[in-house]
Design a protein around this ligand. Sequence first.
Ligand SMILES: [Cu+2]
Ligand SMILES: [Zn+2]
Length: 198
Amino acid sequence: MVLVDIFALVTAVLSFLAVYGAAQRCLSGFITATCQLRTNPSTENPSGPITGTVTFSQRVTATCRRLGTLCMHVQVQGLPQNVDNHYGLHVHESADLRNGCESFGPHYNPLGSNHGGPTDSLDMRHMGDFGNLRLNSRGDVDVTLTDYLANLSGNNGIIRRGLVLHAMRDDLGLGGIPASLTTGNSGARLACCEILQT
Ligand SMILES: [Cu+2]
Ligand SMILES: [Zn+2]
């Protein structure tokens, strides 16, 4: 009898872990995209190659109507340290690499808002204002982010647009200078990539 109870308990724990693990990886039933971050080709003196992968997923209906929050798994290696090891991350208007990351244009802003942070309401942030990445103890980034506003598909979707990782902390619109309201004053474009559906 005790053995049966232990078996039931182990089964329950394992099935919880399976469901929880699947949610963390954002797998089945989702539309997915990827972005392969590379050092900005127009950086004059790069400290070393920056590489990274951002995998996006979002649950959608058959008609591509949004159901779930956007989930992003972000892994980046080779970032140079900065004053507080925070790095702004945003979706920009295009993924035009003709002039490196510089030709990606301004933040993607179909709603005509000021720049803000990921928890701000849609009239107080841009579509792809994802806030800051932070270095972990190994000097890398490996984090899962969620976003309530940006969509992969449908109107104002972010697929085929550019993702930019910046040299400095994004002030999330709170810096009190004009650049705060357009870019979060997050400095140079360190690395970028095109968001491609997978
Ligand atoms: Cu940006
Ligand atoms: Zn912005």
